[in-house]
Design a protein around this ligand. Structure first.
Ligand code: PHE
Ligand code: CO
Length: 267
């Protein structure tokens, strides 16, 4: 990418689409083709439908403005470009306004399989298709509002686990079988297979307080995944005011990433 820009108060920048090189677009296409072969039968129907409806994304790194026009018609969400991770309060304020902050840079050819920080492929290929689904779209907006509240209550570490185990690493049990909806999984070649097929991780039925007690790792495939039955379940379970939950969680011990506890229903 070209010139570094100074972000504004909301940390948004211009995507500067014309600055992407042929190599940048080729990396996107290679990642896109690899994942779109792998995901039928693995990603949930809602994600795959969103990906299909965002057809322009197959050609190369998408122009956020074009993609946003399609999303806006479907669910009222838009994508805004940011230079990388943004402060929590800024991130939540964007979500609460139905704006998804997406990094504008793309990984190098040496990073096809592994990245610690989100790039444009993770942010757009991973997060955007599922935002074409109306229920998930409402869930992520509600999460943004809830994030601002959690910040004021000092409860962000608990709420961040909910994002991790749903938005990033969520699985869904469908009549056809277990499927992926989490962005961290659908954008990862290795984890798309591991999360569904490896005998190593635990797959535990969704339980809100259990999730908010569970630590996670950012440096390797997950040791535990939480499985929802449908997006209404997720939306309804997170509807109530979390203030009393945060109070209860203060006296409940954290759970290590791969540990089991009484009451876990394994899928
Ligand atoms: N209902 C939650 C609260 O009161 C907000 C929220 C919604 C949090 C959806 C996460 C997901 O804090
Ligand atoms: Co992400």
């Amino acid at each position: 990418m070209g010139v570094i820009q100074n972000p504004g108060d909301d940390f948004t920048i211009d995507q500067d689409w014309s600055a992407y090189t042929g190599e940048d677009h080729a990396i996107w296409r290679a990642l896109f083709e690899r994942q779109s072969k792998l995901l039928p039968g693995r990603a949930c129907a809602e994600y795959l439908a969103g990906l299909q409806d965002l057809g322009v994304a197959a050609e190369g790194i998408p122009d956020f403005a074009r993609l946003s026009d399609i999303m806006e018609r479907a669910t009222g969400w838009r994508i805004v470009a940011v230079p990388g991770l943004v402060p929590d309060d800024v991130f939540f304020a964007h979500l609460a306004a139905r704006r998804f902050p997406a990094t504008n840079w793309i990984r190098s050819p040496a990073q096809m399989d592994y990245l610690q920080e989100p790039d444009v492929f993770h942010d757009v290929f991973g997060h955007v298709p599922i935002l074409m689904n109306p229920v998930f779209a409402d869930y992520l907006q509600a999460y943004g509002r809830g994030g601002l509240k959690a910040l004021s209550l000092g409860a962000l570490p608990k709420l961040a686990r909910l994002y991790w185990y749903t938005v990033e690493f969520g699985l869904i049990a469908t009549p056809e079988g277990l499927r992926i909806y989490g962005a961290g999984i659908v954008s990862s070649h290795g984890e798309s297979v591991y999360s569904l097929e490896s005998p190593k991780p635990k797959r535990i039925a969704f339980d809100l307080l259990r999730i908010m007690r569970t630590q996670y790792r950012i440096d390797a495939f997950q040791d535990a995944y939480f499985v929802i039955e449908n997006f209404d379940q997720l939306f309804d379970a997170t509807g109530p005011d979390f203030t009393p939950y945060y109070a209860r969680l203060k006296s409940m011990p954290d759970i290590a990433p791969g540990a089991g506890v009484d009451g876990d229903r394994l899928i």
